[in-house]
Design a protein around this ligand. Structure first.
Ligand SMILES: [Zn+2]
Length: 145
């Protein structure tokens, strides 16, 4: 499969998963097969993260926009936390830098996949953060990157 096509496939697949989950109220075998076809072994590790409640959605209070703004925090096995954005395929983890960005051998890391699947499947913890805290988190990402 052409690697350039994969980002479009991922976005379409997330739409498909969202529709399927709304209709069937469960994760169907077809969806799991499609996910496995694209993400391969990353899927298993992402599912483990979801099962261990590693995904948190942080709603941003006092944001300038009227719409509900949120970011994901995914805590990996080593207790390192990563901030991710809804459907934006970017992560600060080593796997993303090495296997997704540089060698292009995987389409995404487990944190990105876990965050977006947990969001669709409602399997996440949630809390609110103030806009100032949000700005600090974003600043830290930019400094580290
Ligand atoms: Zn990652």
């Amino acid at each position: 499969m052409e690697k350039r096509i994969i980002p479009f496939l991922i976005d379409n697949l997330f739409d498909e998963i969202e529709n399927s989950f709304a209709e069937h109220k469960r994760i169907t075998d077809d969806i799991l097969m499609s996910l496995y076809g694209i993400f391969d072994k990353v899927l298993n590790t992402a599912l483990e993260l979801i099962e261990s409640n590693a995904v948190t959605i942080m709603h941003i209070k006092n944001c300038y926009t009227k719409t509900d703004q949120f970011i994901f925090q995914v805590t990996g096995n080593s207790q390192t936390s990563y901030i991710l954005f809804y459907r934006i395929n970017y992560c600060q983890c080593k796997f993303y830098q090495e296997k997704v960005l540089y060698s292009n051998s995987y389409p995404a890391c487990k944190h990105y996949l876990a965050a977006n699947l947990a969001h669709i499947w409602n399997k996440y913890r949630k809390f609110e953060i103030d806009f100032d805290v949000y700005k600090e988190l974003i600043k830290n990402i930019m400094i580290k990157t």
